[in-house]
Ligand binder design. Sequence first.
Ligand SMILES: [Fe+2]
Length: 279
Amino acid sequence: MDLSVQLKSVQLKIEAKKQPLRLVQVTDCHLGGTPGDDLLGLDTDLSLADVLQLIEVEQPDPDLVLATGDIAGGAELPAYQRFLKLADARFSAPMAWLPGNHDTPEVMAEALEGRFMPKVITTEQWLIVLLDSSVRGYEHGDLSRSELDFFQDVLSRYPKHHTLVFLHHQPVPVGSAWVDQYIVRSADQFFAIVDRHPQIKGISWGHIHQEFYQLRNGVPLWATPSTCVQFKPNCDDFIVDHTMPGYRWYDLYPDGHLETAVSRIADKDYPIDYASSGY
Ligand SMILES: [Fe+2]
């Protein structure tokens, strides 16, 4: 399909109210079908509400709120509906989401009830692209040929825009064998595109429920902690981490430089099953 036609249905243009532009990213909320459902003992509605409250305190006026997948634990319609309700109650900023391995895009679309959810966000200086790395029925990530072509086409359309890319799965190994088996399988093709486009200022994902940073060919790569249970970094077997739920913020400056950091809720005594060997 022609890119102009495609963009009409997925692009949001926003005017920066202030500089820098402030983005906040939440990820891997794993909301259940019923309020109070838990993941490893943790009420994921409660931890998401705690994180959203923290964002409201620390980032009173974000320009964009992003959710990078595994919003629901089992793709239940009420989980997406509750996510939207919780986020809408906190923020007036536009929102964008993308699916993870626990999500079903069709159910997410149903929850929107016609509400617009962008995949491409542009300001005068910045381009933000959300890519779908989910594969129906599987836990691993992959970017389809059409998703890679779309990515390439959007970058070609906005060669001078400083660009941030978001997806759910990690495109590089993060050092934990149990989760690295789910890496984006088309990562080579993805990075071949990235390497041809120096306007890309960073790539960010969720999925691994931990903070991560790496510089690849001068491009920063980040992962953002889950709003619920955390996974211990650099462990070949699944181990639940004692770090708290959190989110990531990004400040985007007109000249292309950016600042980002993770913030977590202060120590709280959640009844998490830290001895679990899987989820
Ligand atoms: Fe995931």
